[in-house]
Ligand binder design. Structure first.
Ligand code: EPU
Length: 410
């Protein structure tokens, strides 16, 4: 990849990875044919497909649509070989317990963000009546009949809220999830479940009330656009300059990010077909602090750090969601960035231009941040372990190239 800019043109935004994966898992809740539209063609979706196929689901992709044929009998096992490749596999736990009363799912283990426990998923499901045992690295869950309960989450965990919602829709009676996560992907899942016949109230608030129903029916549903993919392209415009229309983006899902980027000096206009971004001058540094939605998403942070690397002035970045999510900083420093990171904080002092270098991606968003840094760098940047980027992005290089960036996926 070469330093690039300015960027000009339109980029279509694909379906949200973090929504599509959960919609796929939720399809297990109803026997029959579910169709999901606007599903990105990315490696994580392929892994979730493999996982569901191993359980007996037949899956076919036609363009951006996938058809899932869910049988009456399911083989409720999520093996380590798949779970270790994708933590979101844990999302099958709630649906399996609700639909057939048992599940064996490998424990996810650690990852590049540091420790990522699933205790809130398990405690919540226990409150609905599930019991768990642990053997040979697997969690076995049993639930003869889930029964609604009041569950108070210690932290508004996205994954725990989703697993609980997917279990509660078929539980007996009412479940209340207090301190629920409010991310747009949760609302998307709730809308999908409602279309399947679930009864859910308080969607998008921190108190979600679910009245269990006997049975859900398969349906056809369109995934929301990916706000994190959109944020990636906004950061690309931030460092390269230019004017780009993000077609299909949902500005209402990105309000805090839009405010931050405006504070940095980016021009952003909401248009009927999406969000237009314009940058004519070097951006100004700002402070960044991640929080659960509607706060600034932790997934945006690596891109904002990349943008701060070449902004005017210094910004303090604070990570409040994942303690260990700063590993990519050392890679940016290899490219000439001035960053001091300690614990949950990093101070980024902008330099005029980064310097292309061989670097390594440690996870999806860190990989994308290195792509952005490469666009802001003089000379060539080569990113090792770029497969991480393929896990969450459909043709990132192609989309950037279409607006004038110099990127190739080897
Ligand atoms: N946590 C616990 N116990 C739990 C669950 C979570 O301590 O049982 C902690 C986590 O360790 C973390 C915090 O709670 O410190 C928040 O984790 P959360 O459960 O909200 O995250 P997640 O469901 O594991 C999803 C996204 C992530 C995104 C986070 C935060 C998917 C597949 N993943 O993860 O996206 O960063 O929410 O918004 O939806 C990505 O797309 O690259 C990605 C990592």
């Amino acid at each position: 990849m070469q330093g690039s800019g300015p960027l000009n043109g339109d980029i279509p935004i694909g379906g949200a990875k973090n929504s599509a994966l959960k919609l796929m898992a939720a399809s297990l809740l109803a026997e029959g044919s579910t169709s999901l539209l606007n599903v990105p063609d990315i490696a994580d979706v392929a892994i979730m497909s493999e996982l569901l196929e191993a359980m007996g689901v037949e899956i076919e992709r036609i363009g951006d649509r996938i058809d899932l044929d869910v049988p009456a009998e399911l083989d409720p096992i999520a093996p380590y070989s798949l779970v270790e490749r994708m933590r979101a596999s844990i999302a099958v736990l709630g649906p399996l317990l609700a639909r057939i009363g048992h599940a064996r799912v490998a424990m996810p283990g650690g990852d590049d963000f540091g420790s990522r426990p699933i205790d809130m998923h398990l405690q919540g499901l226990e409150q609905l009546g599930a019991t768990f045992s642990y053997q040979h690295g697997d969690i076995s869950g049993e639930a003869h009949q889930l029964v609604g309960a009041e569950v108070f989450l210690e932290f508004p965990s996205v994954g725990a809220t989703e697993n609980l919602m997917m279990a509660a829709v078929l539980a007996q009676g009412e479940t209340v999830i207090e301190n629920a996560a409010r991310e747009p992907e949760i609302t998307d899942l709730a809308n999908f479940l409602s279309q399947m016949g679930a009864m859910i109230d308080g969607v998008g608030t921190s108190r979600v009330v679910i009245e269990g129903v006997e049975v859900l029916r398969p349906t056809t549903y369109t995934t929301i656009p990916d706000r994190i993919e959109a944020a990636t392209f906004l950061a690309a415009v931030a460092v390269c300059g230019g004017e780009v229309l993000l077609k299909g983006a949902r500005p209402d899902h990105m309000e805090m990010l839009i405010r931050k980027l405006e504070e940095m000096g980016m021009g952003l206009t909401v248009e009927p077909s999406g969000l237009r971004a314009e940058v004519t001058d070097r951006l100004r540094a700002v402070d960044v602090s991640t929080l659960p939605y509607p706060g600034l998403a932790t997934d945006y942070k690596p891109f904002l750090v990349a943008a701060l690397c070449v902004a005017e002035g210094a910004g303090m970045v604070t990570e409040n969601i994942f303690a260990g999510r700063f590993r990519y900083v050392d890679e940016l420093v290899r490219m000439g960035a001035e960053i001091r990171a300690e614990g949950r904080h990093a101070v980024v002092r902008g330099v005029e231009r980064l310097s292309g270098a061989p670097v390594r991606a440690h996870d999806i968003r860190a990989g994308a941040a290195l792509v952005i840094a490469g666009l802001a760098a003089e000379g060539e940047t080569v990113i090792a372990n770029a497969y991480h980027v393929d896990r969450g992005y459909e043709d990132l290089a192609g989309k950037l190239t279409s607006v004038g960036a110099q990127v190739t996926r080897a």
